[in-house]
Design a protein around this ligand. Structure first.
Ligand code: NAD
Length: 494
């Protein structure tokens, strides 16, 4: 059986005392095992990153830029290869895997502009003969802990800017689909990144705990579920580290009565069931405002009948399996719970039979869902769309704002005034107006509000430059020594 290794100091490292299973979700077969780092292995990796830091933080911006251009070229050339790895371990369909890589590449493209982003400010003559300038310097060794659902894109969200800013990195990918991280790290090496600048440690809680506790790690970027995000934030912050921890989501799509219902139905299908609903920006709640619910539900139901669920490697498949059998069963349990709570099952994904041991579940649509039902309150992270019916725009806004999560939200309407009011009032970090999955382009930053993000910096884009650097302000004068005098007063600018 193939073993997925660590990547430390430019080398694959396979030795381990513990291993985790890596399944092909489309067959349900364990095809690989992944090494799970002990604290000792993590310490070795931290030493590698610490050793590489002095030279990397002093490397020229020109050299760094050239490496990022090369990474971009290599990743674009080898997208299909990486997409195949992704599909074999995650299960998403190949076209979706390629799309994930393209979105991740935006962060490498952003990093090629590092010389522009790392420019400081300069003010001449803030006082007589005194100038001030600011610089941004690397934070040091940075740890990046990523979830299973975007095994290429989320690492690229983090490592592009972290490395561009002169930091060295420890990437701890999800143990469920760990191979993409190794593929990406080797591309960086091929592009000329010195050994030790980007290390991959495979593992679980034990590895993460060492990253959170070790004083040589200065910053933590985390993306995953809310309970883990919250605990990572608390522990890393208590240890004096800089931390950004992005958590779970429950994304609403609000449809106003004036919206084009066919367009809204298409968008709901795409955003709810793409990648089997295992996207942190997936739409999981459809809010039908006014009297449109019956028409909208039947338009969605009609479209669901045409969806093809199957192995991600089959070009005909539009949706693949879930990540594990355990997760598939957990998602299915929400369907049982919704029925018991009084919601109406319009389409029940459990009724679709699959001639496979893969972790498949059909798509589901549940109507008459209300707050207080677990199917509404919890993040399910599967191909389940709940419909909540409300009478007014204000009720829709209140519903969204009352939810504990605030990652993404979409509004479908043709009314510009309503859209503007929605944008102003909604308590969510990323808003789409007639855009169902409003993941910001790489030149902006990504992040939710409320229990979807712990910390204050959003991920990638301009926020990432602030997160991965420390500011330093230098005040300079070159006076005539003859003008020197003793003055114990607090220096004032005049
Ligand atoms: P997860 O929280 O189970 O795991 C995320 C990472 O944390 C993995 O690397 C895992 O090994 C590690 N981990 C797990 N348990 C840990 C523990 N007790 N202590 C320390 N580390 C631990 O998340 P997942 O199931 O891999 O990913 C799905 C979740 O991620 C969903 O909740 C989804 O909404 C969220 N997500 C959020 C965003 C966002 O941008 N907000 C993006 C993608 C995914």
């Amino acid at each position: 059986m193939q073993t997925v290794p660590h990547y430390i100091n430019g080398q694959r490292v396979e030795s381990a005392e513990r291993f985790g299973p890596v399944f092909n979700p489309a067959t349900g077969v364990q095809e690989k095992q992944v090494v799970l780092a002990s604290r000792t292995v993590v310490i070795d990796a931290i030493e590698s990153a610490t050793g590489a830091l002095p030279e990397w933080r002093a490397s020229s911006l020109a050299k760094r830029t050239a490496i990022f251009f090369k990474v971009r070229e290599l990743l674009a050339e080898r997208t299909n290869e990486l997409a195949a790895i992704l599909t074999s371990e995650h299960g998403k369909v190949l076209s979706d895997a390629a799309g994930e890589i393209t979105r991740g590449l935006e962060n490498i493209e952003f990093a090629t502009g590092l010389a522009q982003m790392l420019k400081g400010d300069f003010s001449q003559q803030v006082s007589h003969g005194i100038d001030v300038h600011s610089v941004r310097q690397s934070v040091g060794v940075v740890a990046c802990v990523t979830p299973f659902n975007f095994p290429a894109m989320v690492p690229l969200w983090m490592i592009g800017s972290a490395i561009a800013c002169g930091n060295t990195v420890l990437l701890k990918p999800s143990e469920k689909d760990p191979s993409s991280a190794i593929f990406i790290a080797e591309i960086f090496t091929e592009a000329g990144l010195p050994a030790g600048v980007l290390n991959v440690v495979q593992g679980d809680k034990e590895a993460v705990d060492e990253l959170l506790d070790n004083p040589d790690v200065k910053a933590i970027s985390f993306v995953g579920s809310t309970p883990i995000a919250k605990s990572i934030y608390n522990r890393a912050a208590a240890n004096g580290k800089r931390v950004q921890a992005l958590g779970g989501a429950k994304n609403h799509m609000v449809v106003l009565p004036d919206a084009d219902l066919d367009m809204a139905a298409d968008a709901a299908i795409n955003a709810a069931y793409g990648s089997a609903g295992e996207r942190c920006m997936a739409v999981s709640v459809l809010v039908a405002v006014g009297g449109i619910a019956d028409d909208l539900v039947s338009a969605i139901e009609k479209r669901m009948k045409t969806l093809i669920v199957g192995p991600g490697t089959d070009p005909a498949s539009q949706m693949g399996p879930l990540i594990t059998g355990e997760h598939r069963d957990r998602v299915a349990s929400y369907l049982t719970g919704a029925e018991a709570a009084g919601a109406t099952m319009v389409v029940d994904g459990r009724e679709q039979n699959f001639d496979s041991d893969g972790f498949f579940l059909g798509v589901s649509l549940i109507d008459h869902v209300t707050p207080g039902m677990k199917v509404y309150d919890d993040e399910i992270f599967g191909p389940v769309l709940s419909v909540v019916r409300v009478d007014t725009f204000d009720e829709a806004v209140k519903l969204v704002n009352d939810h504990e999560f605030g990652n993404g939200v979409a509004l479908f309407t043709r009314d510009g005034g309503a859209a503007r009011q929605f944008e102003f009032e909604i308590e969510v970090g990323m808003v789409g107006i007639n855009v169902p999955i409003p993941v910001p382009v790489g030149s902006f930053s990504f992040g939710g509000w409320k229990n979807s993000l712990f910390g204050d910096a959003h991920m990638y884009g301009p926020d990432s430059i602030r997160f991965y650097t420390r500011g330093k302000v230098v005040t300079t004068r070159w006076p005539d020594p003859a003008s020197s005098e003793i003055d114990l007063g607090f220096p004032q600018m005049a």
